[in-house]
Design a protein around this ligand. Sequence first.
Ligand code: AVJ
Length: 327
Amino acid sequence: NMDTTLTNAELSKPSKTNQFYDDVITGLSATPKYLNSKYFYDANGDKLFQDLMNCEEYYPTNCELEIFAEKTADICNAIIGDGDAFDLIELGAGDATKSSYLLKYLLEHEANFTYLPIDISSNVISYLNITLPVTLPGLQITGLNGEYFDMLTQAASISNKRKVVMFLGSNIGNMPVNDAERFCLEVRNHLSAGDMLLIGIDLKKNPKTVLAAYNDKEGITKRFNLNLLERINRELNADFDLSQFEHYPTYDPETGACKSYLISLIDQKVNINSKTINFLKDEYIFMEISQKFTVSQTEQMAEKASFKAVNAFYDSKKWFLDAIWQA
Ligand code: AVJ
């Protein structure tokens, strides 16, 4: 049950019962302050991310869509392999637009598979469970709502078929490089020899292009960041004044780290249920990292996680990579 809304009874209990509350208090009590970007994705955040994917500057989605549309057969044939039954597991499925290209092709070619989308958002999973069997007749789907590794463990417990895990959209970039390596190793440890990881990775490119994608003119990225404060207000009984925080995106072409911050415009106190958090003028909250990689960095990452990089699919601009790594 991922509904993190606190009832009055829960709010008056020790905070241990609510992970979202604990994480928010931990992050905002730290120096420097931070929030975990996985909490961006409530119903409003899902909607804002949809808008972001449709905005002009946010290129990663269009690049990956191009790869999935243009290289469908090659990707699917690599996934199908010898033709044995398999589970197609997607970590952070979102609206499954990209994977739909693959799902459609796999169904048309009578591949024997079950689609298991995993998402932290219960909205996403109920939406997929309802809509995909209608738009893709014959699709076997089991949506799993929860944290990636809990749900990977659950997926393994309900089936012992070969596994193809998809981790698309450069979601891997939401972790600092060391964490990303550890994450890939943990995925590998949930897999068996012959299983696969299809991973979408945003590549280094002109720094202006990267920065613009996280600083769109319409201000959707700004609202996407501020939405987390709004979510904290709504779900954790807090009183953030959104007009007193400014969105500050950065990109460092050396490290490939694209980071977003919210900066306090004034000295201010924010109450979160019974806790008070002090902000100094110009103090920042680190909100999100969207790491960009070189191709050789992605190959190193595969190797460190005990995968063999077996296929690489690029968009025409070579801005984005979908790689197949074999366990
Ligand atoms: C969904 C994590 C891949 O980092 O590019 C988009 C989220 N943040 N704009 C990304 C996001 C700001 C996105 N990921």
